[in-house]
Design a protein around this ligand. Structure first.
Ligand code: NDP
Ligand code: BG6
Length: 513
């Protein structure tokens, strides 16, 4: 409704009128949306975007009139696109249901157009096909750029010149990476803004679409018991942890020119940090929330290499199986110094967080797959029970864990009396386990975000000043690591990462959770 109108930067009142699909010359109030996946032949499109679109269709979240178009250079017929998509569609939402019929209906709404990314003519041809499907309705167009970033601007130019909707909004979802440092990111923003208005650009960080990341604000701002504790007064440190138990096989080429700091920390973990640490926004409106996030990012201390440890995985044989080292990938140079692991201590120099270390850790090929936020609280002053904990007072502190994935959960570690006649304490969990509490599948982040983009809700997308602030924090560090050719510390595939990460935490009197 409102959000859609405010976003319809390219329509005039005249344009907004459309003739009825019945062709009777009446003004149609019906609208349609076409979603064009640019780079439809690629990995992300297959793995995430088409399945998310199907899930939205299955859940009845897409408008009555919608069409999906795939666009890429590869030659494909509509039927071939459908075969490609159907191979990755699953009845994820309700495993028991046979959703074959819904899949067929969805696939009938999917079409393909082959073209170049820098050809206005090809986009013009695409536009003609879109028009046929729009059938005179109020036509909204969403372009999802699932392509390498060096062609984002070409596509933005061609789409805005030749395939903009004349009778509705046109929006463009852009995938990360948004540049590789402050300068290249600013160039990309400038390039995109030559062809699109900021309100048409939806910069995706799919971690913002994850259920537990979205829940962070609910947890903080709707529960009296958390928000008053949310400061340096009660919180000793915050940990943001991302680990994967597989390497970069298959994506080595991309990864080698970015590395883990750009791939995970500067975006996914920093976005979580901003949501975690921001002041209460005035309202839940996108601009109010993003204003607060920018303020936190701009209050942060620029990272210094003294507060960062980098690592790279090497091969390791376990149970007779050899797991390859990072540089054994054919698409990675033998002497690559690209970090596949990094740990960092960050600080927010504002009144709420002064002196509280925010420790980030991100790594590939580690012993486990998880993404977590861990909040370690201070000691209870004058704890009457301290002798029950022996010499290790750390054991007596509370810890709140928000497990973003897998097996979503929120739990609070508390001290509790072990039942019985004696006075023995242990640590127990107050535990909200999503699988036990909610009897439904959690939607994939891409579903939430694509739906928001269709609805014109920009709360979970990155504004350009947020992006600038994020790069400003990391760019000097990245320059320093790269110009000094800092060698990463090796860690074996499947391990807990380099020892340096433990020393870094110890420097701030912190133990990783
Ligand atoms: P791909 O490398 O698979 O590229 C997508 C499509 O773009 C290809 O199928 C190809 O289509 C076209 N393409 C590839 N390289 C070039 C090139 N050099 N010049 C012109 N066209 C090219 O990318 P992904 O699908 O993996 O990712 C898409 C975007 O999403 C990227 O920006 C990526 O960084 C980002 N991303 C990907 C994730 C993933 O899990 N894969 C996760 C998060 C972000 P054709 O040849 O048919 O034109
Ligand atoms: C992407 C990174 O943004 O996020 C990948 O480029 C990473 O390297 C992926 O594997 C992790 O996403 P998820 O949703 O699987 O945790």
């Amino acid at each position: 409704g409102q959000a859609q109108n405010q976003n319809s930067v390219l329509i005039t009142q005249e344009d907004a009128k459309s003739t009825s699909p019945a062709g009777d010359g009446a003004i149609s109030t019906e609208s349609t949306v076409t979603i064009t996946v640019v780079g439809a032949s690629g990995d992300l499109a297959k793995k995430k975007i088409f399945p998310a679109l199907f899930a939205l269709y299955y859940e009845g979240c897409l408008p009555k009139h919608f069409t999906v178009f795939g666009y890429a250079r590869s030659k494909m017929t509509d039927e071939e696109l459908r075969n490609m998509i159907s191979a990755t569609l699953t009845c994820r939402i309700d495993q028991r249901e046979n959703c074959g019929e819904k899949m067929d209906k969805f696939l009938q709404r999917c079409f393909y157009h082959s073209g170049q990314y820098n050809s206005e003519e090809c986009f013009g041809q695409l536009s003609k096909k879109l028009e046929e499907h729009e059938a005179g309705r109020l036509a909204n167009r969403l372009f999802y750029l699932s392509i390498p970033p060096d062609i984002f601007v070409d596509v933005a130019r061609c789409a805005s010149h030749s395939a903009t909707s004349l009778r509705g909004w046109t929006r463009v979802i852009v995938e990360k990476p948004f540049g590789r440092d402050s300068q290249s990111s600013a160039e990309l923003t400038r390039g995109l803004k030559q062809h699109l208005k900021e309100e048409q650009i939806y910069r995706i960080d799919h971690y913002l679409g994850k259920e537990l990341v979205e829940n962070l604000s609910v947890l903080r701002f709707s529960n009296l018991v958390f928000e008053p504790l949310w400061s340096r007064q009660y919180i000793r440190n915050v940990q943001l942890i991302f680990s994967e138990d597989f390497g970069t096989e298959g994506r080595g080429g991309y990864f080698d020119s970015y590395g883990i700091i750009r791939d995970i920390m500067q975006n996914h973990l920093l976005q979580i940090l901003a949501l975690f640490a921001m002041e209460p926004p005035v309202t839940l409106d996108a601009e109010d929330i993003r204003n607060e996030k920018v303020k936190v990012l701009r209050s942060m201390r620029v990272l210094s290499s003294e507060d960062v440890v980098v690592g790279q995985y090497k091969s390791h044989t376990r149970g007779g199986i050899k797991y390859p080292g990072y540089t054994e990938d054919k698409t990675v140079p033998n002497n690559s110094l690209t970090p596949t692991f990094a740990a960092a201590a960050l600080f927010i120099d504002n009144a709420r967080w002064d002196g509280v270390p925010f420790l980030m850790k991100a790594g590939k090929a580690l012993h486990t797959k998880r993404a977590e936020i861990r909040v370690q609280f201070r000691h209870v002053p004058g704890n009457l029970y301290k002798r029950n904990f022996g010499s290790d007072l750390d054991l007596a502190t509370n810890e709140l864990v928000i497990r973003v994935q897998p097996d979503e959960a929120i739990y609070l570690k508390i001290n509790n009396k072990v039942p019985g006649l004696g006075m023995r304490l242990d640590r127990s969990n107050l535990h909200l386990h999503y699988a036990a509490r909610y009897n439904r599948e959690i939607p994939d982040a891409y579903e939430r975000l694509i739906l928001d983009a269709i609805e014109g809700e920009r709360r979970l997308f990155i504004r350009s000043d947020e992006l600038d602030a994020a790069w400003a924090l990391f760019t000097p560090l990245l320059n320093e690591l790269e110009s000094n050719k800092v060698a990463p510390e090796f860690y074996p595939y499947g391990s807990r990462g380099p020892i340096g990460a433990y020393y870094l935490a110890a420097k701030y009197n912190v133990r990783w959770g």
